[in-house]
Write a protein that binds this ligand. Sequence first.
Ligand code: ATP
Ligand code: MG
Length: 453
Amino acid sequence: MRIKWKLTLWATFLILFLFLAYSLSQYVVIQNWAANQETKTVQKTMKEVTAYIDEMPSEQAISESASYLEVLNEDDQTIRLINDNDKTVVTIADDADELRPPKHVTEKNLVKANQEDDPLLIYKTPVETGEFSGTVEITRDIEDYESLFEQIGMVVIIAGLAAVVLSFIGGRFISSQLLKPINSMISTMKKVKENGLKERMPIKQKQDEMAELGMMFNELMDNLETSFQQQQQFVEDASHELKTPLTIIHGHLSLIQRWGKDNPEVLERSIQLSVNETDRLTHLVSELLTLTKGQNDSSDVSHMESSQVKQKLEMLIENYQLIHREFEIRPHLDFDTGVTLKMSQNHFERMMIILLDNAITYSEDDKVIDVRARQTAEQLTIDVTDFGTGIPEAEIPFVFRRFYRVDKSRSRKHGGNGLGLAIVMDLVAMYNGTIDIDSRYGEWTTVTVTFPG
Ligand code: ATP
Ligand code: MG
């Protein structure tokens, strides 16, 4: 069953239940009260009549004082005196044919009876006075009272039926009000499915929970759209980057096919260049893999003691020094002991390799690289400084972008894909660190990474 109908039914039942409970209890209370009132009237008359008759010496005296009893009587009421032979002594009534045959009683009793469809309340009390022994009988016609309650009952039933209809309409209204934002969300989602991620939910001015839900949904869609666009951009850029080396390799292979077989010089050169390009491809693909894998892969987070960080740095510097003998790589490692860096060793190494690679790649004649590390209780800071090309100030914010290279042709010559810093950026962010670049174009560049302690 749809929520719309569930809500409608629940609201209908609830409203109906409340209405019926209220009217029924009101009906019962009023009915009891009115019935009590009727009985009280009869009892009051009875009290007055018996008190009066108690004063009477004989049956004779009683039958003569009928006019006084008439004063005591009320509307819709008959007073009758019956002697112990079941004979009527006095009858005071407007309508005597309602009465049942006279009957003497020995005990008080109050009964409800029907005489020719007329509801009656009959109260009998035995009396003993002087020579007279008999029964006072008061009969009250409660037809008005009964018909009043029949009418009230009818009103309750009709109102109940109206309540069913009204509460159904009300329930429908409540449910449609509640479900409006959800329906609009559903239709937005349908549109998203048909027309793409551009669609948004219309937001009302009202500051209620539903508006909040709508806003959340829209924000979510914004994020989704952005990340979708980024993904698309990434794939486009990646394909573009992959295409260049492939085109070059294709070119060389065609060259070899046409002339290379007979010309060892062309053959040699083309093969060499193709090998270079395949190296490039391998490097690019492994970087792409790192980028896509990097974000999810913080499983092997180990806590590196400061001594380990220091060791790792020393080892890396030593290796680089060994490979790049023309460079002078100068470590300045200043560590407090007993502080840990929460980072996987692999990630740490990868980050340092990218930074050192850049420093070496973009150095010029001044082949000196400074690696500075400081660790305090609050943070670990590592700087890598080279004295090479530098980065123009305006370009610094862009170098973290994927595939961004300051000097395309130059960077390509070095085999750069423009992914290194993007990878470092991701890695650093994964461990809540920050990365900064300070540079003077043509003079020096310092890349600083900082991690909380
Ligand atoms: P790769 O993906 O192979 O690292 P890349 O070195 O071109 O390629 P990044 O490391 O992300 O890519 O660097 C982006 C750009 O920033 C580089 O192309 C270069 O222009 C500039 N750059 C990075 N480091 C330095 C540096 N130390 N000195 C001068 N320019 C730099
Ligand atoms: Mg690089």
